[in-house]
Design a protein around this ligand. Structure first.
Ligand code: SF4
Length: 555
């Protein structure tokens, strides 16, 4: 029996009468699972799968894995089966899940706040070399993703990760995923408030706890006290956004209900100011509202954004305060709109007079060898800390002024990562795509790298960045709706009329200063091979027609 099962059924409370009936909301008394995912979570707490992996599946091999664990509970330990090589995108929707499965796994290493020591980075890199055929991608949620993992190797991988304080716990699944944190928390000279203690407290108190191991769906958190709002707060389930309160000082503005995918919504402000030492409690209150009132009937309606959209921010805040926190929150001001991008690429001065250096890897693709070597180079230049960013970048912290240029030169020549990239190299994001993802229809990472090379050759640099995000399917792991040019992978008619890999285009989305969703342009479907020509045409038109200072999103 799960902890959730042992809680008494509550009488009907704050749910909206219009939607309440039959949405599977626990707080309204609906406790019978209404779909197979809910049934699997009720049958056995997903966190219990760890002992079966260690004691049974890793010993007996892939064929011994119970399908219900493979398709559901493995995710709570950061494990997904990867796509069987050689199956083209046209088959994605027509095959059963098991027909798409390879017997290898993607493993997501959880890096809360993106904060790593060089020792941790070296361990992750060595795991990649030893067990993942050298693969390693920095994701846009600050994780590192490895591929080609065998179930037999998972216990040893966990042992190595946990020996340096890392884990894969709840890296996927219907639970609190990795906590995005400002990559420059505690070091940036212009920081409003350092959210690091809150990130740590939430991770220590709640990650791996059965209290939150059965949520309606995934739950994404962002905490940043940096004025650039560098954790994409608009599109997280809950976000704490640094703000200076006129009476109480630095703290966080509370936002809820953001998310992309097929029904994109921007997070809404609750108008509440939260001091640093109350963030973990307020975060837990929001998660409890979601756990108890979230919709569990349809997976497509189970994210918190649908509840927030139905209730509105006033009712959400009222329920949070009265039923969960048992106290009112302090009213607070809205944070200022950020004026600078939050990817932290380049050389930046820290509070202590040292520097942090942000390096750009195209679409986050690195390798185990590169991670190990980056750790060595950072140490050789006096640093023992690195950070991953939600823009798929890597930062090296604490570099003395006279070591900055030697570090930049060494990383560029040895690893091909640059601290002074062109706007194209800096602004491309791509999801996993067909190389490994079972939902994918098209290839993404390799295409993103080729696109950057091509655009640099044709157009050189740009004085105003244009973000280009590539998704391998209609989901939005690479945030296509909030890119200047968002590319949604799908099959499109090729020159001879046959379906080929291509993209539906969304134009003019953005975050921060330009927060809003791009427009889906019905006529704009691009054959993948024509992508460089298409982006080049758009960029040239923008450069020719823009008015002074006009950004692409405004154009
Ligand atoms: Fe896979 Fe689609 Fe997400 Fe890309 S957007 S990683 S193809 S689910």
């Amino acid at each position: 029996m799960t902890v959730a099962d042992s809680r008494p059924t509550r009488p009907a409370r704050a749910g909206s009468p219009r939607r309440a009936k039959g949405e599977g909301q626990w707080a309204l008394g609906y406790r019978e699972p209404l779909n197979p995912n809910e049934q699997a979570k009720k049958d056995d707490d997903a966190l219990h799968v760890r002992s079966r992996i260690e004691n049974i599946y890793a010993v007996r091999g892939f064929a011994s894995i119970d399908p219900s664990d493979l398709r559901n509970r493995f995710r709570w330990m950061g494990l997904y089966t990867q796509r069987r090589p050689g199956i083209d995108g046209g088959k994605t929707a027509t095959l059963e899940p098991h027909e798409l499965d390879d017997s290898h796994f993607m493993l997501r290493v959880r890096i809360d706040g993106g904060a790593l020591t060089t020792e941790q980075l070296r361990v992750v890199g060595q795991i990649s070399i030893d067990f993942a055929r050298g693969t390693a991608d920095v994701t846009d949620r600050q994780n590192v993703q490895l591929h080609w993992i065998r179930i037999e190797d998972v216990p040893e991988i966990w042992r190595r990760l946990e020996s340096v304080g890392l884990s894969t716990m709840e890296a996927c699944g219907d639970c609190p995923r990795v906590i995005l944190g400002s990559p420059v928390a505690g070091i940036a000279a212009d920081e409003i408030v350092d959210g690091t203690p809150a990130v740590r407290e939430i991770a220590e108190r709640y990650i791996g706890s059965e209290e939150f191991s059965n949520l309606p769906r995934k739950f994404k958190t962002a905490i940043s006290g940096h004025p650039s709002q560098d954790t994409v707060p608009e599109i997280n389930d809950v976000a704490f956004v640094g703000v200076e309160h006129p009476e109480h000082g630095p703290g966080f503005d509370l936002w809820v209900g953001g998310g992309l995918s097929t029904n994109p919504m921007l997070a809404q402000r609750l108008g509440a100011w939260v001091p640093l030492d109350e963030v973990a409690d307020v975060w837990a209150g929001v998660v409890r509202v979601f756990r108890d009132y979230g919709y569990r009937r349809l997976r497509t309606k189970a994210r918190i954004k649908f509840l927030v959209a139905d209730w509105g921010p006033e009712k959400f805040r009222r329920v949070l305060e009265t039923e969960y926190l048992h106290r009112p929150l302090v009213d607070g001001p809205a944070p200022a709109t950020p004026v600078a991008p939050g990817d932290h690429v380049g050389v930046n001065r820290q509070q202590d007079g040292n520097y942090f250096v942000g390096f750009s890897a195209v679409a986050g693709r690195v390798s185990g060898e590169k991670l190990v070597r980056l750790a060595e180079l950072a140490e050789a230049h006096g640093s023992s800390r690195v950070r991953t960013t939600p823009m798929q970048k890597l930062l090296v912290l604490d570099v003395a002024e006279d070591r900055v240029q030697p570090l930049i030169e060494a990383v560029r020549t040895e690893l091909g990562l640059t601290a002074d990239p062109t706007a194209w190299r800096r602004s491309v994001l791509a999801c996993t795509g067909i190389e490994f993802c079972k939902l994918a229809i098209v290839e993404t990472k390799g295409r993103a790298a080729a696109l950057v090379d091509e655009l640099e050759q044709r157009l050189g640099n740009l004085d105003s960045p244009i973000t280009v995000n590539l998704n391998g399917c209609p989901n939005s792991c690479a945030r296509i709706q909030v890119a200047d040019i968002g590319l949604k992978g799908q099959l499109v008619p090729g020159p001879d009329g046959h379906q080929v890999e291509g993209f539906q285009v969304h134009l003019g989305g953005g975050l921060g200063l330009d927060a809003g969703f791009g427009r889906k342009l019905r006529g704009h479907k691009v054959v993948a091979d024509d992508l460089p020509d298409y982006v080049e045409r758009l960029a040239k038109a923008y450069l020719a027609e823009r008015t002074d200072g006009e950004r692409f999103a405004q154009w």
